[in-house]
Design a protein around this ligand. Structure first.
Ligand code: FAD
Ligand code: HEM
Length: 399
């Protein structure tokens, strides 16, 4: 329990964290990784280098400072981070390492000393926050193990089938090497895949959404050729090869208790969780509208699969968008619109806009969609999103 003086000290450091938080956590990560390079097995080096991971941590510390007297209000955000932590196999023994380097970085960047009350307050606050994460993550891991076929950390999966869906999208059908039945997951969830790449001292971990509904014998992921690991998966991983895979995690799932129309809006590889989600919405007889934009050569990758969904769904619409379509029109059932997903297009499709909105894509795309939806009057609590890439401070502030 923090004393009221400690709470005040933390609250007073909020403006400093807002202004200098990214600098603080950049120093923190540099020092921590230098002393514990083995953490690169878990962290995505690109997210560390492009600053999105430092920004995500800085945003969380800033929020913690603002909400220090009512941390329970941050629980949804904490749960989302905890899902990521479980997926990348964060252990409770690692919290003191992070705590130590965070406090050392506060000394270095903010000029605090061991005698400062603010530093003592942050040490105490870190322990409280770390314990909240540790408790929630332990519950999630226990839940995973309780499921039939559940496992801890990663286990080997064989690439049973590799299917090119479009010039830059490839699906991988992953089957457990021990051929056990897979535990049930919710559509919209993701797995962590560890790639053991030649020339790399550590495994490279990346998250991939499950791109179909539950099947007891395989996971399907669909990977867009984009950089280091995805190119390796496309070019070097073949049928019969092994990948280490975590259990599914994540909260980007249909709000099961709300029977409202479902709007799924995605761009690029953001289509992947939407494929499972649109099938789930159809299965639950929820009216749905899916809108997806991608490069012209990729946008129709799943058109046949979508046609099959629509054939069984009288209240469903699936709209593929690309400005280079020669004209707007219909395939059999899937609609094609020669437009980008902008405000006037969204407004024409959404109308009054009652429903739950699910967004997935790059940080820039997601942020733009959130901005538009809020501008046309969609309540914040009806907007749900998954960002492919580190979650930056800006997005957390928008929602
Ligand atoms: C919850 C979640 C689910 C996801 N689901 C999917 C999915 O279903 N399918 C999918 O394809 N992806 C998905 N992703 C993204 C995926 O995890 C990887 O981030 C993606 O495959 C890119 O990884 P990479 O190693 O290939 O690229 P990286 O090498 O990590 O590069 C990522 C991006 O940064 C750019 N970049 C790298 N270095 C630099 C630099 N120095 N300067 C400028 N730009 C640079 C690259 O060009 C690339 O666009 C998901 C991410 C999350 C968090
Ligand atoms: C109280 C302490 C901590 C806080 C506030 C925190 C915060 C965060 C946040 C905000 C994210 C981004 C989540 C997302 O992308 O959705 C994240 C991801 C992550 N965290 Fe933590 N974290 C803490 C402790 C730890 C510890 C102890 C470890 C252990 C090494 C760790 C390792 C990771 C990793 C590997 C990721 C994934 C990053 C990536 O995309 O590469 N974190 N954390």
């Amino acid at each position: 329990m923090l004393s009221s003086d400690q709470m005040n000290a933390i609250k007073q450091s909020a403006p400093l964290l807002k202004a200098e938080g990214t600098k603080l956590v950049t120093v923190f990560y540099q020092n921590m990784i230098r002393q514990h390079p083995e953490l690169l097995n878990q962290f995505n080096k690109t997210n560390l280098m492009n600053g999105s991971q430092p920004e995500a941590l800085a945003a969380t510390l800033y929020q913690a400072a603002l909400y220090i007297e009512r941390l329970e209000e941050l629980l949804p955000a904490v749960k989302q981070i905890a899902h990521k932590h479980v997926s990348v196999m964060v252990k409770k023994e690692q919290y003191p390492i992070v705590g130590y380097h965070l406090i050392e970085a506060m000394k270095e960047v903010f000029g605090l000393t061991e005698e400062d009350e603010t530093l003592a307050a942050w040490k105490a606050a870190y322990d409280i926050i770390a314990n909240i994460f540790i408790t929630i993550e332990a519950e999630m891991m226990e839940e995973n193990l309780k499921q039939k076929g559940g496992w801890a950390d990663v286990k080997p999966f064989v690439i049973k089938k590799k299917k090119q869906e479009s010039p830059s999208l490839t699906s991988f059908y992953l089957v457990p090497e021990d051929e056990s039945e897979l535990p049930i997951y919710e559509t919209g969830q993701y797995i962590t895949v560890q790639a053991d790449m030649p020339g790399e001292a550590y495994v490279c971990s990346r998250q991939y959404s499950l791109s179909d509904q539950y099947h007891p014998s395989y996971y399907r992921i669909t990977v867009k050729r984009d950089g280091h690991v995805s190119t390796f998966l496309h070019d070097d991983m073949e049928e019969g090869d092994i990948l280490q895979v975590s259990m599914p995690q994540g909260m980007f799932c249909l709000q099961g208790d709300i029977k409202q129309p479902v709007y799924l809006i995605s761009a690029g590889s953001g289509v992947t969780p939407m494929i499972g989600l649109v099938k789930t919405a159809a299965h639950q007889n929820l009216p749905f509208t899916m809108i997806h934009a991608d490069r012209i050569e990729d946008v129709t990758a799943f058109e046949k699969e979508f046609e099959r969904v629509l054939a069984l769904s009288p209240h469903g619409r699936i709209i593929l968008c690309n400005e280079q379509f020669e004209a707007s029109g219909k395939g059999e059932l899937v609609e094609k619109v020669a437009s980008r997903i902008d405000r006037s297009f969204l407004q024409s499709v959404i109308g009054e806009g009652e429903g739950q909105f699910y967004l997935c894509g790059s940080p820039a795309f997601t942020q733009e969609m959130i901005y538009i939806l809020k501008a046309i009057g969609i309540p914040e609590q009806n907007i749900h999103f998954e960002v492919f890439g580190g979650q930056s401070m800006k997005e957390i502030e928008v929602v």
